[in-house]
Design a protein around this ligand. Structure first.
Ligand code: V47
Ligand code: SF4
Length: 380
């Protein structure tokens, strides 16, 4: 298999042939020199940079961090409940207690799900769902301990900041104590959901959840006790490019402070079966441009993930030419949030060999990782 690490000299020679605009040249020079882009440069990239330029330069930024490697893990998701106290206008899956179409697995049912994976190679259980009105942090700690007693060696990546905020308050504990309770029960990492766009004015048009400070503070405190987290960004709805950049600036600032984010995950708004269905979805071209800008702007977050369940396998493969170096996991058809919102993958599942083939046919080297990016196997 031949791979394509282009290297600095080769990149410069390709850029020379692209007849760059003056602004593109300046931005390219900054990236080649390892300098940070400003807000205005980010805006220029979103609004005016050519597609070719974005691909070549984001690819360079990716290769500097992860060479020709593309990471994935072997994981499942558990969505314990879709009952939710909040009303996000983009959400297709939440239900109110007493309404049809809801679920709330008992802890025994969760044990049954997990038992099914006892002899499988999974290394991660990713747990996130609705914000159930009746469950507190002690209930969820019990859930984590029970899973850990069945699968002692897996990483438990669990609960968005928004779920945590509610379950801590329900139990009357602060963030520090709440995180400690969960860590003792087996929590090893936190997913990045619930961030949406970290701008309170825009957020008020999208949802009724706690604002940006709550999300940022819970991630800050998680990082302080050694819990790595990811950060998501819900894009392609009513936001402007400026909002995406404000969002990424807030992630970049917190990362400067803590270094605790392992990956950034743009999530494309999918518009089926939710109160925002009137908003058209953005194009695949816009998805690729967004990955590239994220790679260039977030110079201090090591990995950029394309969540294939959200954008489909083929688009996820294409994103590998726009700075993405991570495809999340094999999933095994254990999540509903995107199939209910109209994503292509109605039964999201990939075998390891399918994942490896998808990455190899993009001329990249597949690397199985664990939740915190320790390398488990390189598929040369
Ligand atoms: O916060 C909800 C998003 C998130 C829609 O950390 C939607 O590795 C698009 O955070 N269209 C939850 N997106 C999922 C999540 C996640 C997923 C994969 C990996 C990781 C990780 C985290 O899903 C929510 C919201 O931003 N979402 N509805 C929708 N209609
Ligand atoms: Fe609840 Fe999450 Fe849906 Fe918002 S996105 S309504 S918090 S399940």
């Amino acid at each position: 298999m031949t791979t394509t690490v282009l290297g600095k000299e080769h990149i410069i020679s390709i850029l020379d042939k692209l007849h760059l605009a003056k602004e593109e040249e300046q931005i390219a020079q900054k990236i080649l020199d390892g300098q940070r882009l400003s807000f205005d440069e980010g805006l220029y990239l979103y609004q005016k940079a050519s597609f070719n330029f974005l691909s070549v330069i984001a690819n360079y930024a990716k290769e500097r961090i992860s060479s020709d490697y593309v990471f994935f893990n072997i994981n499942i998701h558990i969505e314990p409940t879709n009952y939710c106290v909040y009303n996000c206008k983009f959400c297709s899956y939440a239900r109110k207690l007493g309404q049809g179409g809801g679920w709330d697995y008992t802890l025994d049912q969760i044990e049954n799900i997990v038992n099914h994976y006892k002899d499988s190679p999974i290394t991660e259980v990713h747990i996130t769902g609705g914000v159930h009105p009746q469950h507190d942090v002690y209930y969820y700690a019990d859930m984590l301990s029970r899973i850990k007693s069945i699968l002692p060696n897996v990483y438990l990546k669990a609960f968005t900041a928004i779920e945590l905020h509610y379950m801590f308050r329900k139990a009357g504990v602060g963030v520090e104590k709440g995180l400690q309770i969960l860590k003792e029960a087996g929590l090893s990492a936190m997913p990045g959901g619930g961030a949406e766009i970290l701008d309170d004015k825009l957020a008020r048009q999208l949802h009724d959840k706690p604002g940006k400070d709550v999300w940022l503070n819970i991630h800050r405190q998680a990082h302080a006790i050694g819990i790595k987290t990811t950060a998501t960004m819900l894009y392609g709805h009513i936001e402007k490019y400026e909002h995406r950049l404000i969002h990424m600036e807030r992630i970049r600032e917190l990362q400067d402070e803590t270094g605790g984010f392992s990956a950034f995950i743009p999530l494309k708004f999918r518009n089926k079966n939710n109160p925002m269905s009137y908003v058209p979805e953005v194009s695949v071209i816009e998805d690729m441009r967004n990955y590239a800008v994220a790679r260039l702007f977030l110079d201090n977050v090591p990995h950029l993930k394309a969540y294939w369940v959200n954008i489909g396998k083929k688009n996820a493969q294409m994103s590998l030419a726009f700075g993405v170096d991570d495809l999340d996991g094999t999933i095994d058809d254990t999540t509903k949030i995107y199939s209910m919102a109209g994503a292509e993958e109605t039964h999201p599942r990939m075998t390891v060999s399918e994942m490896v083939r998808l990455i190899k046919t993009a001329n990249r080297v597949p690397v199985e990782r664990d939740t915190v990016y320790n390398i488990r196997k390189v598929y040369k």
